[in-house]
Design a protein around this ligand. Structure first.
Ligand code: IMP
Ligand code: MG
Length: 175
């Protein structure tokens, strides 16, 4: 059990289970993007750990960059995209993989996909460590998905509760 501020979280997905699944995703990406460097765009802040581990399992040349959006305040989705940073790279004609920690309502990913589409890439794929199918309100196709999870708040492995918990090496779920 871990206590973060006022909330208790219990172990959910272990570091070794995450590692094993991420290696499989890396193998799939290596197979699908063997024809030229893809650009991996990590969605800050939550995806930093997933992106870092994922890139190490990819065996073909890639570029790495970051973008930042935020739709969460505390443990509640605010329903709108709050902030945006990054994306100075020219993506025209390139293969892009958007890398997210978790897709919840799908609002952030919908926003990001529209933003990236405007840059005229050759191809856009979505990689997300987690997906909460029961929370999804926007239709998002996830090409590389780690795990489908229940509609309960999680922390760790990059994901936070009110700014804390990102450094936990495994995933924890709200008790
Ligand atoms: P969406 O726009 O509702 O899909 O929310 C996406 C973003 O909210 C994710 O990229 C996370 O950063 C954050 N988020 C959603 N669910 C959780 C959660 O259970 N724990 C921590 N962050 C979350
Ligand atoms: Mg995120």
């Amino acid at each position: 059990m871990v206590l973060i501020k006022d909330k208790e979280f219990v172990p959910y997905i272990s570091a070794s289970t995450l590692k094993k699944r991420i290696e499989e995703l890396g193998a799939d990406i290596s197979k699908d993007f063997s024809d030229g460097p893809a650009v991996l765009i990590g969605v800050l802040n939550g995806a930093f750990m997933f992106l870092s581990d994922l890139t190490k399992t990819i065996k073909v040349p890639i570029e790495v960059t970051f973008i930042r959006v935020a739709s969460y305040i505390g443990s509640e989705s605010s329903g709108e995209i709050k902030h945006l940073m990054g994306l100075d790279l020219d993506l025209e004609g390139k293969s892009v993989i958007l890398v997210e920690d978790i897709i919840d309502t799908g609002l952030s990913m919908k926003f990001l996909l529209e933003l990236i589409r405007d840059k005229k890439p050759k191809k856009i794929a979505v990689a997300s460590l987690l997906l909460k199918p029961d929370a999804l309100v926007h239709d998002i196709k996830v090409d590389y998905l780690g795990f489908e999870i229940s509609n309960r708040f999680v922390v760790g492995y990059g994901m936070d509760y009110d700014g804390l918990g990102r450094n936990l090496p495994a995933l924890y779920q709200l008790k």
